[in-house]
Design a protein around this ligand. Sequence first.
Ligand code: SF4
Length: 234
Amino acid sequence: MQLRRYARFRWSRHYGGNVAGDVIGCNLRCAFCWAWRFAYKAGGGVLLGPGEAAKRLALEARGRRVYVARLTGGEPTIGWWHLVELARGVLARLPRAVFVVETNGILVGAGRVEPRDLLRAAGRGRVFFRVSLKAASPETFERVTGAASWAFELQLRALERLAGEGLVPGRDYRPALVLGFDDEKAVAGLLERLYSIDPRLPGELEPEVVTLYPHVRAMLRRRGVWPGLYREPG
Ligand code: SF4
């Protein structure tokens, strides 16, 4: 059984009502990470097995309308079998919910984890992948994530693998793009690439705008990057 560290469990209004577990541990170090205070804090939070984590998520749903269960905060695909077991457990407890995997796509694109495992365990139609692209070009990807530029490609390969599973953009998966760090040419190039994976993908691209929470602002300053587009908190 794989254990995973959690910072907290919570209910929120997003997706019309969802329960979320904020996991600790990530393989990127994004300059705009809203969760950086805990997302990769070694030894923080509470260490749980998938059954206990599923129970805690379901507890957050008590007496509330819940359409989505998800892991967020850090990168949920780290500890893959934990995620698979957790999704199975939480969906059994919340029969009307869909499990949303909010991922940076790196491990999926690298072939280190197999989306089919999750689809089998949770059931097709009950899992939705949201792949958050941190940049539109390899150069910007390296600048904002601290990872090598070649790893940019892994995010796109993640989308290719999901398409290869016969998943439908908008229904089963969707890319998102953090805006404000790339120029128009890079974004146009990304849209072309998305089109080549599935012509429906560009239309499903969800914009992500950085919210300048004080701790995010501080991190951006420290890293020497600043988005051309952002929103103020509140
Ligand atoms: S991938 Fe997500 S959790 Fe990880 S550093 Fe980037 S924004 Fe934070």
